[in-house]
Design a protein around this ligand. Structure first.
Ligand code: SAH
Length: 465
């Protein structure tokens, strides 16, 4: 982080702008909007600035800047084109610990002024840290166009109701937050966004009444697929629930980039699991979900890929259903779909494969063998989850049961992430290639003629040969 973002309360605070041109005028406008007690030092002023002075909104000292002018100021903006003056102002402010900005001279700035989208009291500030101001402005324009003006009304309303809501919920913080979450998506919000401030206030008051009536809110569990690792591949629903959770239970397939998108104050709990190291046994996870929901919490169970594909999601909600806990399951992009698209290996193709089968390569003691005889069709794509360790055996069995040894086969590590790595060969050569290229989990094996297309269709990174 190059700069520490803050919003400063400048109401009635002495501030100084040096310069009287167009640039100074823009800064003066912002400072006055923030309620600063403003002095302008400049021999001449634009018409706009003269008007501000005339209306007693700012004090004008009609001369060039002099040493000592910054004394007693909170914040100073220099908008002159005299580099000696700029340097002197900067030095004086630095010596006295006054916040200083010299327009267009980042090296002389203790603070920078961001691009803003103003929906007061809601304010969005954007900065590229001086690296790409045009990009920041571009982003500002997009947000400006996208963000309804009613958001300001909504924020103001929330401010007006803040104390009432606080009084009603006391220290039951979770209920209070849930009230706001619902209210800000409900009728009041819609009215506010449509600009109907009075209607919105009435709706909010009604919602508050009602919230009191059903005070004892129940917890719930959201079983959410987080996709194969790339945060861009989350669903909107997943993101929304991630913003709402009190607690999140996640396993090792959920990347830090995704975890970062969970509500900052939510409790995070790692519950495993890698093939051999189960941080928390499945039965314990099932019980924990029930317990947390019974405490009234909104629980997010975040799982890699899709929760119902080799994710034991079915077992987790079974326990919830038995205990009468409300739950919802949100699909995610399964890693087979992610790996397939990002490695340029279509899972089906009119010329190469009419069907696709997902199997797990991971075998625990007592589990049944794969039905090898059913997996040998040359027109079928086979996707193997959790297959690295067992790859030699899997390839050997498939060949023994009649699948051609020269069937194309690939393994994709960390699919869809910046570290994605693809190694392609055949059923006969894949196990050695896996060793040779040190392929590590999570990785997915794809077997079948569709793998031939990888070389031509791979658009993501350089394939390892
Ligand atoms: N529910 C998950 C699968 C869980 S089983 C899903 O739908 O994807 C764990 C296995 O998924 C891993 O051993 C690996 O085979 C596969 N996997 C998960 N994420 C992956 C990724 N980003 N790249 C490659 N394989 C991945």
């Amino acid at each position: 982080m190059e700069y520490f973002p803050v919003f400063i309360d400048l109401k009635n605070q002495p501030c100084l702008v040096v310069g009287g041109g167009e640039v100074a005028q823009r800064k003066v406008g912002l400072l006055l909007a923030a309620g600063a007690k403003l002095t302008i030092v400049a021999p001449q002023l634009t018409d706009g600035l003269q008007e501000q002075v005339h209306n007693h909104r700012a004090t004008h000292i009609a001369r060039d800047w002099q040493a000592g002018d910054t004394a007693g100021m909170r914040l100073v903006i220099a908008a002159t084109d005299n580099s000696q003056v700029n340097t002197a102002i900067h030095a004086e402010c630095e010596a006295a610990g006054i916040l200083v900005n010299v327009v267009d001279h980042p090296e002389l700035c203790r603070f920078i002024v961001p691009s803003i989208v103003d929906r007061s009291p809601l304010m969005i500030a954007i900065s590229s840290g001086g690296q790409a101001p045009v990009l920041a402005r571009h982003l500002r324009a997009r947000i400006e166009a996208w963000l309804p003006h009613g958001y300001g009304v909504l924020a103001r309303l929330a401010g007006q109701f803040r104390d009432q809501v606080k009084a009603r919920f006391g220290d039951r913080e979770r209920e209070r937050r849930r009230f706001w979450e619902n209210a800000l998506e409900g009728a009041a919000a819609e009215k506010a966004l449509a600009g109907d401030e009075r209607g919105a206030a009435e709706a909010l008051a009604a919602e508050l009444e009602q919230a009191q009536a059903n005070q004892l809110q129940q917890g719930a569990v959201y079983l959410v697929g987080a996709g194969p690792g790339n945060p861009d591949l989350l669903t909107f629903r997943a993101l929304r629930l991630m913003q709402k959770a009190d607690v999140v239970l996640y396993d090792n397939l959920v990347s830090p980039a995704i975890l970062n998108l969970v509500r900052r104050d939510a409790k995070r709990r790692y519950v495993g699991k890698k093939a051999s190291d189960h941080a928390l046994p499945q039965e314990e996870i099932n019980k924990l979900l029930v317990k947390l929901a019974q405490e009234g919490k909104t629980v997010l169970r975040l799982k890699g890929g899709d929760p119902f594909i080799f994710g034991r999601g079915g077992e987790e909600i079974d326990e919830l259903a038995q205990n009468g806990i409300p739950f919802e399951v949100v699909p995610g992009i399964t890693s087979a779909a992610g790996a397939s698209c990002y490695a340029g290996i279509p899972l089906t193709h009119r010329d190469y494969a009419q069907s696709v089968t997902f199997v797990t390569g991971h075998r625990q003691a007592g589990e049944t063998e794969l039905d090898w005889a059913r997996l040998t069709s040359p027109t079928e794509t086979l996707v193997i989850y959790m297959g690295i360790k067992e790859a030699p055996r899997i390839c050997e069995r498939l060949i023994a049961y009649g699948r051609a040894a020269d069937t194309p086969a690939a393994i994709i590590e960390k699919a869809t992430t910046p570290e994605q790595k693809t190694v392609a060969g055949t059923l006969a050569t894949l196990p050695a290639l896996i060793e040779q290229h040190h392929v590590k989990p999570p990785a997915l094996i794809i077997i079948g003629n569709v793998v031939k297309l990888h070389e031509k269709l791979d658009w993501h990174g350089v394939p390892v040969k």
